[in-house]
Design a protein around this ligand. Structure first.
Ligand code: MN
Ligand code: MN
Length: 471
């Protein structure tokens, strides 16, 4: 090796591409891991479905509901069917601190309004009015196959699960876009963000009217829709007022690229972190430090509500754990536990998009296929609203990742002043614990088909597991 080559090797930083630095065997494991992940995505299109899926998975792996068990090292707690925390109790007392991976399981979507169904007089169509949830680009949702997922809750409290559009035999639903021939004034004259109005995002529900041989029926198409809904779900129109129904992209997660190195699917922000966090914990036998995964709702709308990261759910769960584990429990020991704890705010990052390279500052951006991203800070306009992780904690995490030969890289969200955004890190940090953002980069985040790299998916799992085992 020449002198300058030696110096370069010794002094310069290089992030490592997973496909270059891993063995064929590791790559096979990464591909296998991705297959299971796709099945998870197919069954988890909503917050409730994700919570239910994880509850079943946990029960199969010997976890018990903390409210229903007396003795177990593996427990979970569910909040309102929409958030879930689960733990493997470690050897050390919890008051010395716990290790937490926190991710969100909500994703941008288009909800049905509370009284959605109406008949358009002119066109004689049954339509549903909608209200979008989270940061969507409205045009992406037009003229694309959508499925309806959600629940009706009857006055009796009975829950009726709805999923139409995922089975090949199911119908799908469309919010029809405008043809380009007539889009000159309505769409092209506007900026892209204003070209489609929320009120134009109506979904066509049905078109066949209810026919009465003898008499003309008023709003016969809407009536026919209600008849079909009554036959299928036993509901009446008033039940919509007690429902949570969501339009999401219909169809399954798919491999992407000729080499199948990527996955295209809806909702990977942030179910990719929920899944990898869950797998990391399931594969933890008996850690030194208590390991917790916390999955929350409402991140995409500001983490509010009693199922969002801004709620007390996590603190209550840790309190429950202290009591359950027969450790001294009062507000002092709870505070001590939180302050001594370490958290990964597990959320996705923006990988460099080759179609839009100018929004990234490439040296400090997450590169697709180069492993899990550590994001020291997020925020916008001069790091506003950011949890800026402490260098000491970043050093600890990178040391653990390097020890376990995890492909990792440091990243930021885009160029300075290009835009910005946040994660739940700042809410987690209010507990006093050490917190850093850590997750894989996606391409086309918040689009209907977000892309992840199987390399980053697998590296994220390995990073989370290393954190639980060695953190
Ligand atoms: Mn996210
Ligand atoms: Mn998001």
């Amino acid at each position: 090796m020449k002198k300058h080559e030696e110096l370069i090797k010794k002094l310069k930083y290089h992030r490592k591409n997973f496909w270059e630095s891993s063995t064929k065997k590791e790559q096979r494991v990464a591909f296998k891991f991705a297959d299971k992940y796709k099945e998870f995505l197919d069954q988890c299109k909503t917050v409730r479905e994700t919570t239910d899926f994880i509850e079943k998975e946990l029960e199969e792996r010997d976890f018990s509901n903390i409210e229903k068990t007396k003795k177990s090292k593996r427990v979970f707690k569910i909040g309102r069917g929409k958030n879930i925390a689960f733990a493997v109790i470690g050897k050390k007392p919890m008051s010395e601190g716990v290790n937490i991976i926190a991710a969100h399981i909500d994703a941008p979507r288009v909800d049905l309004k509370q009284l959605p169904l109406f008949e358009d007089n002119e066109t004689k169509m049954g339509l549903m009015r909608t209200h979008y949830y989270g940061g969507i680009k409205k045009y992406q949702w037009m003229s694309t196959p959508l499925a309806i997922h959600g629940v009706f809750v009857k006055e009796s409290g009975e829950i009726i699960n709805v999923s139409i559009g995922e089975d090949d035999k199911d119908p799908i639903f469309i919010m029809p876009d405008l043809l380009p021939h007539l889009a000159k004034n309505e769409q092209y004259a506007h900026k892209i963000g204003d070209a489609i109005k929320a009120s134009q995002m109506k979904v066509i529900f049905n078109t066949i009217p209810f026919l009465d041989k003898d008499e003309k029926v008023k709003e016969a198409v809407k009536l026919n829709a209600l008849i079909m809904l009554n036959e299928k779900f036993g509901i009446v129109e008033e039940d919509f007022l007690r429902a949570e129904l969501e339009l999401v992209p219909a169809g399954k997660a798919r491999d992407a690229g000729i080499d199948k190195s990527m996955i295209a699917a809806y909702g990977q922000d942030d179910r990719i972190c929920a899944y990898t966090g869950m797998q990391a914990l399931l594969d933890c036998d008996l850690p030194e430090t208590t390991a917790i995964v916390y999955l929350v709702d409402k991140e995409e709308v500001g983490s509010e509500g009693n199922t969002g990261a801004n709620s007390n759910f996590l603190i209550d769960f840790i309190g429950d754990l202290l009591k359950f584990n027969k450790e001294h429990y009062n507000s002092f020991s709870l505070r001590k536990t939180l302050i001594n704890s370490q958290m990964l705010s597990a959320d996705v990052a923006a990988a460099i998009n080759p179609n839009y390279p100018n929004v990234h500052e490439k040296t400090n951006a997450v590169h697709f296929g180069f492993g899990v991203g550590l994001i020291k800070y997020t925020g916008s306009r001069g790091k506003s609203s950011a949890n800026d992780a402490n260098a000491e904690f970043v050093a600890k995490m990178t040391n653990i990742f390097n020890e376990d030969k995890v492909n990792w890289q440091m990243g930021t969200l885009g160029k300075v002043d290009e835009g910005g955004g946040g994660t739940i890190a700042k809410f987690l940090a209010e507990t006093g614990a050490e917190v850093v953002d850590c997750g894989p980069g996606l391409l086309g985040m918040h689009s209907l088909y977000e892309l992840c790299s199987k390399a980053d998916l697998y590296s994220t799992y390995r990073a989370y597991k290393a954190f639980f085992v060695k953190g």
